[in-house]
Every structure is written in structure tokens, then in C-alpha cells.
Design a protein around this ligand. Structure first.
Ligand code: LEU
Length: 449
């Protein structure tokens, strides 16, 4: 073992590693993005396609990221430098670091809104919204100059705090607490939601299979995109986390657990949101606004609404925090090695820069009209990362695994061995995954409709 490896931080346990990856995967995206996309794309039919895609394309790429990370024992740039010295693959690493910066900058803005709502429910301030007009309440709040930035600052400070504490004492410990809590809250709230009288309609909306849509290319593309975003694939989060894993932990079952649990959380979130939305005659397809403008109406009308609202926004906050921690770690791991700085110094510097980069996203919601290519700054950053950088990263990672490694080494290093599953995996990362991802990519940037 060389010096670098000896001093390297590692997870305390295999469970800690799985929970940290799950924490990264389960985020703001699972709670509303899954429900909205499922609702718009045929409910049950979407669900079938989504689960197949997670299994056939998502999990193999998750396993590829884990394999690359554990083998290299480095950050996302270092991994490619180490495994393919002098080759251009490390461009992927730089792209991953840039994507971490970009996503976290606007993710922390939205997470700040979640915190504002959480405190609104805890203090009861939300009960006094004039005329229960949550649409005006939300739009006037995000349109302010200072308050949303202050919440974004608080959220970034918490993220920074967890990452400073390190891999084992910070990220692993936080997820060991947050993930089970999230699971319990999610189940309790969804059971409660099913008692509100909209269960039949809500579940039909979410699960009814519109069979015509099963082969609809639009549905397949939507499911592919959702799987990708939800599993945090394509920017090296899982490479970075795999880099803190020691040799004795088996990778395929870890990939399977993360994929299945992430999908379960998405489905249970749908079971929480839709029955409640239908029970109170709200619009299930109000998209991103669903959480901030529609659900408060629901909470307003139920007897323990303030408590349920507080629990719901706490759940969302916990999910967002564990994802933001993983985004910050991708960039911090790289700069710590590059600058040879301590973890603390690096986290404060990089976290501070990301906070500053997020300010235009916050201001662009009404305070100052900052637009890029006809979109407000937050939407631009969101689309640039989700629609361009993540899919492209996924293609490169799959191709790297499939073509830059000898087949025998790839099979050995992934722990799959020369089995039929191993061989299927190799062909998925060589051909099927890159091709499929390329199709979403081209579709999203509008080259194919
Ligand atoms: N997987 C996360 C989510 O669903 C997003 C990722 C970019 C950290 O919110």
C-alpha cells in the first residue's frame, strides 16, 4: 500500500457506504420530479419502463462508477489520471467537478426554500398567509433580494459543516441518521395520506398502466432521464464515494441496494403526494410548484396540518442535505489533492465559491432578471447540468469501463467475475448504455424530437 492510500479516508462500514450513496441518490428529485414525470407519462406504464431502465441501464453504470472509484482510490479526476495515464479520459473528471459546482449552486437555493417552509411550519408563520394564497406567498418570497440568499447561506453552511467533518464522521454519520429517519417519515406520511379520502384516485393516477404508452419513445426517454438524475449518475459522485471503499466490500450487491432503495423512495413519495393532492382537489401536474404552492393547501386543510407540513419539509430538507453533501464532496476531494490543502480549508473555500455562484440563481427568481439564453439563471444552470453534462458524463463513464479496460480486469474489479451476469454487464456498458444515453442526450438538446 502506498503512502497516499494509507492516509486515505475510508468508510467505517459497508452499510455506511451504501447509506451515503443512497443519501446522494435520494434528493429533491425523488420527491417531486419522479411524481410529476410519472404523472405526465402514463403513470403505471412509466413506472414499468422506469424500473426496467434502472435495472438494465442505471445499475450497470452505477456499478461502473463504483468499480472505477474503488480501483483508483482517488477523486474523480485522479481516478482517470491513475487508470489511464496520459489519455484524454480525465476530461471526464474535470467535467464531473464542474457539474458538482453547477448543480450544488442552484440545488442549495431550492434547499434554502425548503428550509424556509420548514421553519414556517414549525413557527406557525405559514398559518398566517393572507387568504391562504400560497402561490403569491411563494413567488413573492423567492422574488426577494435577501431572504432567499440567507436561507441558501444557512443550507450551504450546514452542507459545509458535514463535509468538513469528513467521510466517516461527517458524511457517513449524517446519512446513518438521516436515511432511516427519512424512511420512517416517508412511510408514516404516506400511510396518513392514504387515509385522506383521495387514495383511489391518487393511486390510480400514479399506478394506472396506460398500455399504449409503454412503447412511446417520449415515455422511454423521460424514464431514462429520471433514472439518471435520480441515481446521481454521470458526474462521478459514485466514483468519489467508491474511492473511499476498501477492497473487501462487494460492489454488485451495493449497486443493487442503492438502485432498488432509490426507486422505492421515489414510488413511496408518489404514494404520499398524490392521494393527498386528489383528496383536496388540487392539480397533480403543477410540477415544481407542487411542493411549495399546492401541498401547503393540502396541509392547511388537514387537522394536524402544521405538524405534517413541518415533518414533510424536514424530510425534504434531509433528502436535499444528503445529496448536497455528495455534490460538495466530489469537488472537495479533487481540490484537496490538487491544492494539498487540509479538508477544512478546502471545504470552506470551495463551499464559499459555490455559495457565491448560487446567488445569481436566487436573484433571478424575481429580484434581478438574470437570464442566459432566454432562461432565468437557475433554469439555465439546471438544464446545462441535467440535460447536457450528466448524460454526456454517463456515456463517457460507460465507454471507459467497457473499452478502456481489459474485459478480464473489468470483470474481476467489479466483483462480477466471468459469469453470465458479468458478460451481460460488459456489453451493456460497451454498447447498450452509451447508445441509450446518447439518445436521451440528443433528444434533450433538441437534435431529435
Ligand atoms: N440524485 C439527486 C436527487 O434526486 C440529485 C443529484 C444531482 C445529487 O435529487
Amino acid at each position: 500500500m502506498d503512502n497516499e492510500n494509507k492516509n486515505r479516508e475510508h468508510w467505517g462500514s459497508r452499510l455506511g457506504f451504501i447509506l451515503a450513496c443512497l443519501g446522494s441518490a435520494v434528493g429533491l428529485g425523488n420527491v417531486w420530479r419522479f411524481s410529476t414525470t410519472a404523472g405526465e407519462n402514463g403513470g403505471g406504464a412509466f413506472l414499468i419502463v422506469y424500473l426496467l431502465i434502472v435495472l438494465i441501464i442505471g445499475l450497470p453504470v452505477v456499478l461502473a462508477e463504483f468499480t472505477i472509484g474503488r480501483k483508483a482510490q482517488s477523486d474523480v479526476v485522479g481516478a482517470f489520471e491513475k487508470l489511464a495515464p496520459g489519455k484524454p479520459w480525465k476530461i471526464m473528471g474535470y467535467m464531473g467537478v464542474a457539474t458538482g459546482f453547477i448543480i450544488l449552486s442552484f440545488y442549495s437555493v431550492i434547499a434554502g426554500w425548503v428550509m424556509k417552509y420548514f421553519f414556517g411550519y414549525v413557527t406557525g408563520a405559514i398559518a398566517n398567509v393572507p387568504g391562504q394564497d400560497f402561490t403569491s406567498y411563494f413567488t413573492s418570497f423567492i422574488g426577494q433580494r435577501y431572504e432567499p440568499v440567507i436561507w441558501q447561506f444557512i443550507f450551504m453552511t450546514l452542507t459545509i459543516g458535514v463535509v468538513i467533518a469528513g467521510v466517516k464522521k461527517g458524511i457517513e454519520a449524517a446519512n446513518k441518521l438521516l436515511m432511516p429517519l427519512l424512511g420512517v417519515l416517508l412511510v408514516v406520511l404516506s400511510i396518513y395520506s392514504l387515509t385522506l379520502g383521495g387514495a383511489k384516485e391518487g393511486l390510480t393516477f400514479l399506478f394506472y398502466p396506460d398500455w399504449d404508452k409503454l412503447f412511446d419513445p417520449q415515455v422511454i426517454l423521460a424514464a431514462l432521464g429520471q433514472a439518471f438524475f435520480s441515481l446521481s449518475l454521470g458526474m462521478g459522485t459514485l466514483i468519489t464515494f467508491g474511492g473511499y471503499l476498501s477492497r473487501e466490500h462487494k460492489l454488485p450487491s451495493a449497486a443493487l441496494s442503492v438502485g432498488l432503495l432509490d426507486s422505492s423512495v421515489a414510488i413511496i413519495s408518489g404514494v404520499l403526494i398524490f392521494p393527498a393532492v386528489f383528496a383536496f382537489g388540487q392539480d397533480p401536474s403543477s410540477g415544481p410548484g407542487l411542493v411549495f404552492m399546492t401541498l401547503p393547501n393540502v396541509f392547511e386543510q388537514i387537522s394536524a396540518g402544521m405538524l405534517v407540513g413541518a415533518l414533510f419539509f424536514f424530510l425534504l430538507f434531509a433528502a436535499a442535505l444528503s445529496s448536497s453533501v455528495s455534490l460538495l464532496e466530489v469537488t472537495v476531494a479533487y481540490f484537496m489533492r490538487k491544492l494539498q490543502w487540509s479538508r477544512k480549508q478546502t471545504v470552506v473555500l470551495i463551499g464559499g465559491i459555490i455559495f457565491l455562484l448560487g446567488i445569481p440563481s436566487s436573484l433571478a427568481q424575481g429580484a434581478i432578471p438574470i437570464t442566459v439564453m432566454g432562461r432565468d439563471f437557475l433554469t439555465f444552470m439546471d438544464q446545462l447540468s441535467g440535460n447536457v453534462l450528466l448524460p454526456l458524463g454517463g456515456v463517457i463513464i460507460a465507454l471507459f469501463m467497457g473499452w478502456a479496460w481489459k474485459k478480464e480486469e473489468a470483470l474481476r474489479d467489479s466483483d462480477l467475475g466471468n459469469t453470465w451476469v458479468g458478460n451481460v454487464w460488459i456489453w451493456i456498458v460497451r454498447i447498450i448504455a452509451p447508445l441509450a444515453i446518447l439518445i436521451i442526450f440528443l433528444n434533450k438538446i433538441g437534435i431529435i424530437e
